[in-house]
Design a protein around this ligand. Structure first.
Ligand SMILES: *[C@@H]1O[C@H](CO)[C@@H](O)[C@H](O)[C@H]1NC(C)=O
Ligand SMILES: *[C@@H]1O[C@H](CO)[C@@H](O)[C@H](O)[C@H]1NC(C)=O
Ligand SMILES: *[C@@H]1O[C@H](CO)[C@@H](O)[C@H](O)[C@H]1NC(C)=O
Length: 346
């Protein structure tokens, strides 16, 4: 779509949207009001926390339909005790607005007061909130960034991007991990989704779920859990590849040991295995056609845009210098092989 078309199209869509949605339920018992951001409208199966779409401990875990400017943008499962998200889920539809907007940090009023505002509002930077992190918590130790779970760079419009700047969508993330290996992973995956998560009508759509694994006792300001690891997975049908494609990533929440660090791309099966609890499976895209045992690393070599930052792929490994290679040795022996074969037959 050209930008001109976008400008003609947006007001109509916005109007239709306002006419069709009369009520907003921000903090929800069930995800059904906000399931359009989930593949097959189905949330992940998180052992002990969210099973068959039901939150087991409803006092502790809350679904937030992240609403900004009266429009729903993405969904978060939030842990009010640890004051970090379990995950945020969203649909990548391609970027319309290409910059990171300046935005104030927001909070979720309904976590503090069920009768509060039904959309995120700017937080008071000096206030500590009972059921969520505040800016003051993150100010206490600058070793940690406010690491986005749904990254602003994946959001489409300027308003979508602004909506990601809410304290219910961030975790304390080691600064060089956030700006280094995690950032490279986000950029590379975005490039793959831009090119491959395209359907037969040319529409972009990739489902992404990103989460944090809480630590047992590490906290920021004695209030906000510092997760031990972050994880992320995406899945989509690709008309280009004529297949469902998916990949996962996992990173320990510690400073990167080197500027050249890349996170390893793994299969959904391997990622789910890391996230399982005792003998209960974690399922990121339940009931879907997402492949469990393949990744998208085969596409990394084509991601040539400088901003993609995919891990280097080894196309032609340099030949071994110490003695003849395996294949050379085979060639040397080949005539002899043939000879002895014929010899034996006779
Ligand atoms: C927060 O505290 C700082 C320093 O104490 C003060 O300058 C600022 O006005 C306060 N902001 C709010 C929103 O209360
Ligand atoms: C900030 O956190 C780091 C890592 O947990 C810790 O080593 C450091 O002492 C903390 N700094 C302050 C000022 O609390
Ligand atoms: C193609 O993708 C767009 C964007 O995600 C979506 O709105 C549209 O319904 C999809 N079309 C088909 C035929 O799946």
């Amino acid at each position: 779509m050209t930008s001109q078309q976008v400008w003609c199209f947006l007001p109509t869509t916005a109007l239709l949207f306002l006419l069709s949605v009369q009520t907003f339920a921000e903090v929800m018992k069930s995800v059904s009001d906000c399931d359009r951001f989930l593949l097959d409208q189905t949330p992940p199966h998180v052992p002990g926390i969210l099973e068959a779409g039901r939150i087991l401990d409803q006092d502790r875990y809350k679904f937030i339909c992240q609403t900004y400017g009266n429009q729903r943008r993405f969904v978060t499962l939030y842990d009010v005790r640890n004051r970090i998200p379990v995950f945020s889920a969203f649909k990548f539809t391609g970027e319309v607005y290409g910059r990171r907007p300046k935005s104030v940090w927001k909070i979720e009023p309904q976590l503090e007061d069920p009768n509060g505002d039904k959309k995120m509002i700017p937080g008071n930077g000096n206030r500590t909130y009972n059921h969520q992190a505040g800016t003051v918590d993150y100010r206490s130790n600058r070793t940690f960034d406010r690491g986005h779970i749904f990254p602003s760079s994946y959001a489409s419009t300027k308003a979508d991007k602004m909506s990601t700047f809410t304290l219910t969508n961030v975790v304390p993330q080691a600064e060089s991990f956030n700006k280094g290996s995690w950032n490279k992973m986000e950029r590379c995956t975005k490039c793959v989704m831009e090119k491959y998560c395209v359907n037969s009508s040319g529409g972009t759509g990739g489902f992404v779920v990103t989460g944090a694994l809480p630590s047992s006792s590490s906290t920021l300001n004695n209030r906000v859990n510092v997760p031990t690891a972050l994880w992320s997975a995406f899945c989509c049908y690709s008309a280009v590849a004529e297949a469902w494609i998916a990949s996962g990533h996992w990173g320990h929440n510690v400073q990167d040991e080197s500027k050249h660090k890349y996170l390893k791309t793994e299969t959904l099966e391997d990622l789910q295995h890391r996230l399982r609890r005792s003998n209960s499976e974690f399922v990121i895209f339940p009931g879907s056609k997402c492949p469990l045992t393949t990744t998208v690393t085969e596409f990394y070599a084509e991601m040539k845009k400088k901003s993609c930052l995919c891990p280097p792929t080894i196309l032609d490994p340099s030949p071994s210098v110490s003695g003849p290679s395996h294949s050379h040795r085979l060639m040397l022996f080949f005539p002899f092989f043939l000879f002895s074969y014929h010899h034996c037959v006779f």
